[in-house]
Structures are given as C-alpha cells and as structure tokens.
Design a protein around this ligand. Sequence first.
Ligand code: HEM
Length: 477
Amino acid sequence: MRITRRPGEPEQAAPQRPLAPAVAPRDLALIGWRILAGSSPGDAFGPARHKYGPLLRVPLTKLVLTTEADLAHAVTMNQRAAFSAEPAWTMALLPFFRKALLQREFGEHRNDRLLIQQALTPTRIAEYADRMGPRIRAAVLQCPVGDGVDLRVLFKRIAMRVALEVFVGGEFSDARVDQVGRWFDQVVHWNVVRAQKARVSLYRFLAAYLPGKRAVRSPDLMAHLCHATSHDGDPFTDSEIIHHMIFFLFAAHDTSTITMTNMAYYLAMDPDRQQRARAESLSAARVLDSRELRVSLGELDRIVRETLRLRPPVPSAFRTAVVDTDVGGHRIPKGTFMIVNMWGHHTDSEIWPDARRFDPDRFRIERRDDPEQRGVWMPFGGGVHKCIGMYFAQMEILTVFHALLRDFEWTIPPGYVLPTFENSLGSSRGFPATVRRRDPDAVCAPVTPAVPGEVRWGVAPNLMKRLHKSVSRSSSA
Ligand code: HEM
C-alpha cells in the first residue's frame, strides 16, 4: 500500500498492536514431563507454542522461555541493548566463574572480546593446527581397545591438552592434563564445596604462570592478556587475567569434549555413516592443514553440524532484561530472565523435516539452501556473545575424528541410549563403546547409502516406558 502525505505533515506511526504479556501456562509442567519421557524439546514445546504463543513464562517467576528461532535471534542480537548476559549466566551456570567474558557487557565486553579474538584469527588457528596436529594424532593412537571403552576420557584428555598448550603455552604431562581436567569437572559440580576447592586449585595453578608471562611476551592468550589493557585503560590485574583464563579454558575444552562424545555415539549407532566418514578420511592425506580439513572432510563436517543440531552442548542462552522492552510483540519487563532455548528450535519438526533423525545429509549444499533452514541452526549462539571459538572447535574436532576413523572402528551395545540431558554443559557423560583397531592395510568396504537413524531421547532411558505411561495417563485425565 502506498502512503501519501502532504509536505511538512508529520509521518504517522503505523498503528501498533498492544504488547501482550508472556503467557504463564498452568500445564507447563506437562512439557517437562514430555521431555523426561522421551520427547525432544522441539516436539514437547510445539503444542504449547501453538496454544499460548512464542513466549512462555514459568508461573510465579520472572523466567520466560522461548524455543522460537526468530526470537532467539532478536534476543541474542540485542540491537536495542535491552538484554545483558551477565546476571543471567551468573545465575544459571557460572556462579563459579568471576567476570568471565560471558559475564561482561557493553564497552567492557567489547574491549576484552577484541583482545581475546586476536588469539583466534584464521592465521593463529592455522598455526595451532600445525602445532597441535601431531600431538592430537599421537594422543588418538593411545585410544584403548576392547569392550566398555569410554571414549569421552580420550576426548577430554585431548581437548584439555590442546586448550592448555595453546592458550597457556608450553607442554604438559599426561598427569597434569588429567589433574586440570578433574578440577574443571568439579568447578561446575552441584556440590559447592568441591566446586569452590576446584576453583582455588585452578586459580593457584594459573597464578604460578603469571610472573613468567608478565616477563616475556610468549605467543599465547595468557601472555597476551598480561601485556594488554582493560576497558579502563589500566593493565589487567592478576585476578582479572586468571578469571578470564579459567572460563576460557573451560569453554575451550568442555564443549568440544561433549561434541566429540556425542559424535562418537551417533557414529556408533550408525555404522554405515561411520564407514562413509572413514572412506572419506582414508581417501584424504593423513596430515591435513586447517584449510584442507574443511575442504576434504565434507562428510565429517556435516556429521559435526548434525550432532550440534541434535545435542547442542550449550542448549540455551541466558539473558536478563536490563530495561523494560518487548520481543515478538510481547512485553518483557525489566528483570525478566530469558531462556533462549536453541535446542527447542533445533528439534522442531516444523522447521527440520524428520527432526528426530540423525541425518547429516540435511546439511548438503543442495538441501541447506532450504529457506526454512536458514538461520535456525544456532549451536554457537548469536550476537555479540556468539562463540568466539567456533572455528577453533571445528579444526580440533575434525583433526581428532580424521585420525580416529583411519585407525579405529567402534560400536555400541544394542539398545543403549546416552541420556540426552546428561550431555550438555556442566553435566556430561560418556558411553560404553566396543573399540577395535583397524588393519591399516584393510580396504574400506563398499559403502551402502546410510539410512538415517531415529534418535532416541531420554533422561533416564530405563525409566522411559514408565514415564510414557504416566504422561499418557495425565494427558487423558
Ligand atoms: C562445539 C564447541 C562449542 C560450542 C557448541 C560452543 C557454544 C557456545 C555458545 C552457544 C556461546 C554463546 C552463549 C550465549 O550467547 O549465551 C559460546 C560463547 C563462548 N565460547 Fe563457545 N562453544 C564451543 C567451543 C568453544 C571453544 C573451542 C572456545 C575457545 C577456544 C569457546 C569459547 C567461548 C567464549 C570465550 C564464549 C563467550 C563469548 C562472549 O561472551 O563474547 N567456545 N560458545
């Protein structure tokens, strides 16, 4: 419609619909039950979204949850500076981190993010790939074989070593890597005493490096922070550097460990797909640089993407409204705690055909162009807090699996379900794999097209049947 107005006449604002409050459904608990009973978050929230709208408030609280992709963009892009990550993340998961990057906002966040970003430029990542590649391949060759192997232990050790050697600098013994890994496991533990003890140990461990880093400009993040200035123009204090490093090392290894564990799990459930990825790796050179990794390992790259769609290690982003604002036509009062659940729209069957199938081919170029899929894959978040380590993680994961697929094959006991909720940030578990070393001269068997596998969900898989029954009873009541 064309709007005509005389010169000088003020522009009339389009009539606006009054802002609605987020609905607080009384049957919200039922959604929780559905997820516990084996629904994916996308399936469980779909009916509620149709009934109540895209924003659901938890009754009697200031918690508002959305599984809507558009709203996830609006909140994380934060164009009106109405949301802050700091108080929300501190409450949700990071009480044991102090002034981490994710807990900084606006000017201060911009300053520190730009500094940290310098450790993650494409050139630096390529250097890390060259330096860490041989160490990763050597570590993969140590993979235990036999039944009941927990591959998570291997992935954790590799990711922890890479994070320490790249961002703190130097070389670390296996015992030291495992010790630091255990402290990080405990730092987000529900037992606050253990968590506090672990944080003190990490603090002391990193503090011991400070004098050396302040004296010499070594090419690692920690030395870089020692010689940089903070937002107020002063050098970072010892404590600021250590708090940055504790969160950074955690973010740099825990998410990658979880992703690699989940990938190994899906590939164990889908032997055809594993074989296809192996054939691709065997047809490429054993040693690939960071650019070649992405170009030569398309199948593996799609497996990473699909794994991150189905089980994002950071399933939600948390924000607090710092002013009264609105999102998607809904009023958001100051102080609202927003849970942007990317996992919900990642598993929404209205967006992803056959959403519960593990189907990496959905990321093939010809299918990725599907307009419905554009912009709805958000495992690394969005906006100014978007994951700073996205390309680093990709390089590391591809390097590990390229080596693993060439020399090992693995399966999983039939019917085993890796508990869905227990493989995200702060609570991650492995699974019992049967691992065999491959004969290096064996030719990869011809590959049949993979049949996408239905993903099984469940918090406690052995309780699934019982929970299903109780949910259908309460729904029909
Ligand atoms: C598969 C692996 C990874 C996933 C899925 C992941 C996911 C995420 C997500 C979703 C966020 C944003 C949270 C929010 O907006 O509330 C984030 C932030 C962050 N990630 Fe990652 N991450 C991964 C790997 C890494 C790695 C390898 C590093 C470091 C090398 C890293 C460092 C960070 C940092 C420092 C932030 C905070 C950024 C900021 O506040 O500006 N992450 N990550």
